[in-house]
Ligand binder design. Structure first.
Ligand code: ZN
Length: 256
């Protein structure tokens, strides 16, 4: 049965039954949408941030005139609007991440930040950096959780999943131990002091960030997006002056 027909029948039943139910109780979620059950202490701003949609979109979708919610209330969360001029990554780039994530049992709240890096050199891939980090004395090897290739030693936009992600262990990509413990490290291969990241590399970065912050991951790694230089102030230029910081802020409200 299609959606319009279901909604029509639901409304007809309401009228026939003579019940007085708030219209929002009858809203049915379309396939790309989700239903959220409001819990005690939650507010609209927090719910909107969690799903990456605007508070206005939720209000309008649920035909609500006020932002005050009550525990137990059901909200239809509209699908996220596509970002304008977003370079789309082919769905296959996320395949290794999805395959790895499916096997993981991620503790909710385990990851609070997503930290973007560049490698500072054009050569290398997850395996090469793993070797380099071990030679530097890091017993867990590759300091990042993910590496996004530039087409030289791995595919252009290819996302490699590191063992720190599959083992769900802390990273070694920033100075602060606290941030390493709770920050997911994402390294883009290249030197973005000298050139801008490639279109495919960026598309893969956004696809990965969307996935990690979105509902696609068990346990919901709802996390703030940031970059290395904002975490380790005055210690690094990573990920380089040619990295599109304003776009990261626009998409994710990235925190400096
Ligand atoms: Zn870095």
């Amino acid at each position: 049965m299609n959606l319009a027909r279901r909604q029509f029948i639901a409304r007809a039943a309401l009228v026939l039954g003579g019940l007085c139910i708030l219209p929002s109780n009858l809203l049915l979620a379309a396939p790309a949408e989700q239903v959220h059950l409001v819990r005690r202490g939650e507010n609209l701003t927090r719910i909107a941030a969690r799903y990456g949609v605007s508070t206005e979109a939720i209000l309008s979708r649920n035909k609500l005139s006020s932002a005050s919610l009550r525990p137990g209330q059901r909200l239809v969360i509209p699908a996220r609007p596509p970002a304008p001029a977003a370079p789309a990554a082919p769905s296959s780039v996320l395949a290794p991440v999805l395959a790895a994530s499916r096997r993981l049992d991620i503790t909710p709240g385990r990851w609070t930040h997503l930290v973007v890096h560049h490698s500072g050199i054009e050569a290398g891939n997850a395996k090469a950096y793993d070797g380099a980090h071990r030679r530097r004395g890091m017993e867990n090897g590759l300091a990042y959780h993910f590496v996004i290739g530039n087409g030289r030693d791995s595919g252009d936009g290819q996302i490699e999943v590191g063992p720190r992600w599959t083992r769900q262990i802390y990273g070694g990509h920033v100075r602060s131990q606290e941030m390493n413990e709770h920050g997911i490290g994402i390294c883009m291969v290249g030197n973005f002091e000298k050139r801008s990241p490639g279109r495919r590399q960026l598309a893969s970065l956004y696809a990965l960030l969307d996935h990690l912050r979105g509902p696609g991951l068990p346990g919901r790694a709802a996390a703030k997006v940031t970059v290395h230089r904002w975490v380790d102030r005055n210690h690094t230029v990573c990920p380089g002056k040619r990295f599109p910081y304003s776009e990261l802020k626009r998409r994710y409200g990235a925190v400096a």
